[in-house]
Design a protein around this ligand. Sequence first.
Ligand code: KG4
Ligand code: ZN
Length: 373
Amino acid sequence: MTPSAHDVPQVVLGLETSCDETAAAVVRLSPDGAVEVMSSVIASQIAAHAPFGGVVPEIAARAHVECIDAIAARALADAGMGFEGLTGVAATAGPGLVGGVMVGLSFGKAIALARGLPLVAVNHLEGHAVSARLAAEVGYPFLLLLVSGGHCQLLDVGGIGACRRLGSTIDDAAGEAFDKIAKTLGLPYPGGPALEALAQTGDPGKFTLPRMLLGRKDCDFSFSGLKTAAARLAEGLTTDTERADLAATVQAAIATQLAERSDRAMAAYAAEHEGPKTAQDGLRFVVAGGVAANRAVRARLQAVAEARGFSFTAPPLAYCTDNAAMIALAGAERLALGISDPLDAAARPRWPLDAAAANANPTHVPGRKGAKA
Ligand code: KG4
Ligand code: ZN
């Protein structure tokens, strides 16, 4: 009997080029589910975009073209292997800045074609969804808060290809709010980490910011009112102490909203997943995406999870922000299930994980800046 894809280890080269990081990684997924990150290389373009205060799509695409081959070669070298050691290639196929997505996807297709390897066209959001599994044993199903620069959503993750959206932002993503408010405080790009650093010495009780969507009972998010109010307050500030106080207030307000909606989602999730009632027998909460790097956000979410009897998992900081190890693992999990994609797989600027929920309740007007899905 020939072994099925389940029975052999998957060793996958992952490629990530959907925003401002060119990344490549090799991940090994054993038949027993053990995950080994054999290498993970990230070339950040922060310096190229910093003068513009945000990511410039054309600059991003060109920068990906210039270094994708060297980054992939380094990922293989760091893993101590050549192309012949791979069982597949996984590249982000969307959502994201499509010029950049096309660079990584085309590069992945070329390797797949030249080496006779299966290709997996990975949804970047599925990458974030599995990112906690890179460094911890987190079984399916779990409740996921995906919170990054382009996304803010709560998902019931039943497994690979089985995500159901419980809520999402109706305007900006949380990371976007961090970045834009940081800009009004005169902080450098990317604003999230800079705002967190400034907030450390601030008093979160010095200013009052509006609490968004208070009357609603769903799990949706909104950050635009907070952003406008914070920008107005920032204009009148004169001292560094005041700026630190506003940064602390903003961070606390974002953390509060994320914690409140997650709490509501946990209640709904626990009711639907009757059976497993406690962390021991399976209620799991995972936070992923760049904003999961924020310590105040993590602490608030962990407290809510514990109070609801959920286990709490956040990826190590290096796997919170964009990386290729999460893309390689999503690809490996798909290959282990016998799923791969044709070589004409399309690059997709928008690609909701839960297409049904996104169609029924579109929270994004095509062409507008904001949440990618
Ligand atoms: O996941 P990611 O690297 O890219 C997207 O897919 O969007 O997330 C980047 C976002 C940026 O908005 C960045 O400001 C935010 O994550 N971020 C943070 C922190 N580190 C990164 N936000 C708040 N606090 C942080 N420490
Ligand atoms: Zn991301």
